[in-house]
Structures are given as C-alpha cells and as structure tokens.
Design a binder for this molecule. Structure first.
Ligand code: ADP
Ligand code: ASP
Ligand code: MG
Length: 417
C-alpha cells in the first residue's frame, strides 16, 4: 500500500520560459544573521554577474518561526489560525527586507516582495494552505528592470485576501512553484547540510551525501521524516518536472540532484536512505468505516500518513501538529478511539527495492538483532516503514544504515564507474 497521499497541483499561469533564470531558495540557517544575509546577497549578485536573472526565496531568520509560534502559545492555548498566519508570515518578510538592502552596496538593485505581492494565491486553509495559482506579473516586471527579486517564502494570499502560510518548511514549496511558473532553468535549494544524505547526518555521522535521488525516493524520504525537503515541494517538482539541486549555503560544492529516476540510481544502490520521525501520533479507531473516517479527517485537513485496517479496527498516523484537529474530528464522529504518542517510525527507502527481493527480510532481521520489535509495519513499492518505541528509533536508524552498508563508498551513487 502506498502510504503517501499525493496532492493535486496548483495552476501556474504558464508564461514563456525565462531562459537564464535561476530560482535560489535560502533556508533559515542561510539567513540567520546580518553577515549571512550579506553572503546571500553576494551569491545573488554573483549569479547576476554571470548573466543570470535571479529570483531568491528566503526563509525566516534562524529559529524565528519557532519563536513566533511559542509567542502565540503564550497568548492563547489554541491560537486562531488566521492570526497565526498574520504572525508567522512576518519572519520571511524580515529576511526579505534586510536582504533588499545589501545588493545596493554591490551595485545591483533588489526588490523584496511578500507572497501576496509576488502573486502567490493559495486556498483558504490557514497554517497549511496549498498554492492554488501563481500570478507572477510583478516578478516579471522587476526582472525586466534587471532587479534581483526576493520573494518571502512560506506564504501567500487567499481568495478572501487573507494572508496564509504553507506549513512548516513551506519556503521549499514557494521556490519550486515559482521555478515551475517562471520556467526557470534551475531551482537551487541552499541549506545547512551539503545535500540529501543516506540518513540525517545529525543522527548518523557516517551518512553519505547522495549524488542523485529520484522524485519518488525523495517523496518517500520527505514523507517519512527527512525534512531537508518539504514533502509538498517535491511533489510540485515531480509534477512540473523541475530538477532540484540541494546544496550547502556555506560552500560552492555540488550537492544532490533530485529528478527523474535513471538507471544508475537503480544499479548503484538498492537503498537510498534510512529516515525517521518521532513527530507522529498513532490512532486506533473502531465503530466506523474508512470512507466516513477519512472523509471527516480530510475535511479537517488532517494529514494522514500510515493507514491499516484489521477487522473492525482502523489504525492511522498523523503529525503531532494535527493532534487537535484529529481529536476534535474523532470526538465529533462519536467514536471510541485511543492515541499513542510514544512511538516513532523508521523507514528504509530505495527505488532499487522494486527489483531486489530480500530487503524486508534484512530489515526485520536487523531490527530483531537489536532486540527491536516493530509495533506496526507499512510498506510501499520503494519503502518499508516500522513503528517502534520512541527511544529505539535512533538505534534502529543506525543499525539499518550499517546493515545496508550505506556508510560505504558507492552508497552515494557517484557519476562515474
Ligand atoms: P532549511 O532551514 O535550510 O530549510 P531544514 O532544517 O528544513 O533546512 O532541513 C535541513 C535539515 O534536514 C538538516 O540540517 C538535517 O538535519 C535534516 N535532515 C534530515 N534528514 C536528512 C537527510 N536524509 N539528508 C540531509 N539532511 C537531512
Ligand atoms: N520559516 C518557515 C518554517 O520554519 C518556512 C521555512 O523555513 O521553509 O517552517
Ligand atoms: Mg526546510
């Protein structure tokens, strides 16, 4: 069963492709202070000097989105979603305004735009809106004037003229949607690691940087916890054929290419990575049908991931942040239900799994060897996901990473050889 529920694509008013345009997205670490913002500006100016037209998408500085969310919870236990979006969209505007100042000193002009000014129209779902349409006229005008365009990531405007945000990590979605809408030659994602690794390098120091990953693999990795790319952004990239280059904000080194599957990916290594999440709740529900249950959860915008049905019982998982919406929905349906927050999920992902038997056997043998017994298992053609005790998750990741030899040369799928 495929665990990942892929979504529909936004309408992008397709204009003639802008050849020589690059979209560059800078994450929170990349813009975390005045010096880093100046370095971003230097990178943008360098791209202009090479002859490129430049659209940059900026995230909020450092942890400022988390700080704004904390602040909201100090005012209200259940902050109004509309007000939340007014608040947390501000972080990205600060980065844009500051970054607009720096290129001027280097002889170039930049203009910063809010999501709304950039023509990013979303649906009306506050705090996890989806981009519905892009009307990039203002961006085109600025590019025609030779300006560097800085777009506040993570936000848009609804048809009712309210500010919306796109969900955590949403600046990635802004960048990919703009690259598609503008027909950019390249979409570069600058972040605080050197690319997409075989596991989160903060948990597995031996993890290797992958040279190339297919959209399908990156979708599964993002859906199962590798937050280096936001899930929705990878889906947009796949649907519009936008090739992504995930790379370090600190160096000029080549990072990881995300694009269509190619034979090398299948041959080089069966497994591309091991991912983990400890931010999901597992619900057990009885006394309803899947049709009724998942319709109600969808109406409440709960992002359901794993689904299992056994006998009269339905088990599903959803992110912690959807806990309030999920609880209200289940109570509203008058069901008997329970929830567990003490599990985490470890997933083994690889396009080569389709044609290589034995991956499941090795996964379970490795976990058994560690004395870890999965509570729930869920698979797709290129993923095996196991729910295990929360405090066993990182040990499981390390053991599986070693068992599939992802720390060895070759795991990174080099170009040659
Ligand atoms: P940004 O602020 O640039 O958007 P994020 O914090 O959203 O950056 O994503 C980058 C982080 O993703 C890294 O610091 C890393 O800890 C984490 N991460 C998790 N899994 C992976 C992986 N497989 N490869 C690379 N990074 C990963
Ligand atoms: N600042 C937002 C967040 O922290 C969006 C992003 O960084 O992509 O989730
Ligand atoms: Mg991110």
């Amino acid at each position: 069963m495929a665990a990942t529920d892929y979504e529909t694509v936004p309408e992008v008013s397709r204009q003639p492709a802008r050849h020589g345009l690059v979209v560059m997205k800078f994450g929170g670490t990349s813009v975390a202070g005045p010096d880093r913002l100046k370095r971003v500006a230097e990178r943008l100016v360098a791209a202009r000097e090479r002859g490129a037209q430049v659209v940059a998408v900026l995230s909020a500085m450092g942890d400022s989105t988390d700080e704004l969310i904390d602040l909201a919870h100090q005012v209200s236990d259940n902050p109004k979603p509309r007000a939340m979006d007014m608040l947390i969209s501000v972080g990205e505007r600060i980065s844009g305004a500051l970054c607009e100042m720096a290129p001027h000193d280097l002889g170039y002009e930049a203009v910063s735009l809010t999501g709304s000014q950039a023509g990013i129209v979303t649906d009306t779902t506050h705090t996890k809106a989806k981009i519905a349409q892009i009307r990039p006229h203002r961006i085109h005008d600025a590019l025609d004037r030779g300006q560097i365009v800085l777009v506040a990531g993570f936000q848009g405007v609804s048809p009712t003229h309210d500010i919306t945000t796109l969900g955590r990590g949403g600046s990635d979605a802004t960048a990919v949607a703009l690259a598609a809408a503008l027909g950019a030659d390249a979409c570069e994602i600058y972040t605080d690691v050197d690319g997409v690794f075989t596991a989160d390098p903060r948990i597995v120091p031996e993890a290797r940087k992958l040279h190339a990953v297919s959209y399908e693999e990156m979708l599964e990795m993002a859906a199962s916890g590798a937050k280096v790319m936001m899930l929705r952004s990878v889906e947009l990239a796949r649907n519009y054929g936008v090739t992504l280059h995930v790379r370090s904000t600190f160096t000029g080194a080549e990072g990881t290419w995300i694009g269509e599957e190619d034979d090398r990916m299948l041959e080089k290594a069966m497994i591309s990575g091991v991912t983990r999440t400890v931010e999901e709740t597992l619900y057990r529900v009885s006394g309803t049908t899947p049709a009724k249950l998942f319709d109600a959860l969808a109406q409440a915008n709960v992002n359901v991931d794993t689904i299992l049905q056994t006998g009269g019982e339905i088990v599903f998982s959803a992110p912690f942040e959807d806990r309030g919406d999920a609880s209200r929905t289940l109570d509203g349906l008058g069901l008997s239900w329970s929830a567990r927050d003490d599990l985490g999920k470890v997933s083994v992902i690889g396009a080569g799994m389709k044609s290589h038997p034995g991956i499941a056997a090795k996964t379970f043998a490795t976990l058994a060897g560690e004395g870890i017994e999965p509570a729930i298992v869920n698979t797709s053609p290129i993923k095996i996901a196991c729910f295990v005790e929360r405090d066993e998750v990182d040990r499981a990741v390390r053991a599986l990473h070693a068992a599939f030899e992802l720390d060895r040369p070759g795991a990174e799928r080099p170009h040659d050889g």
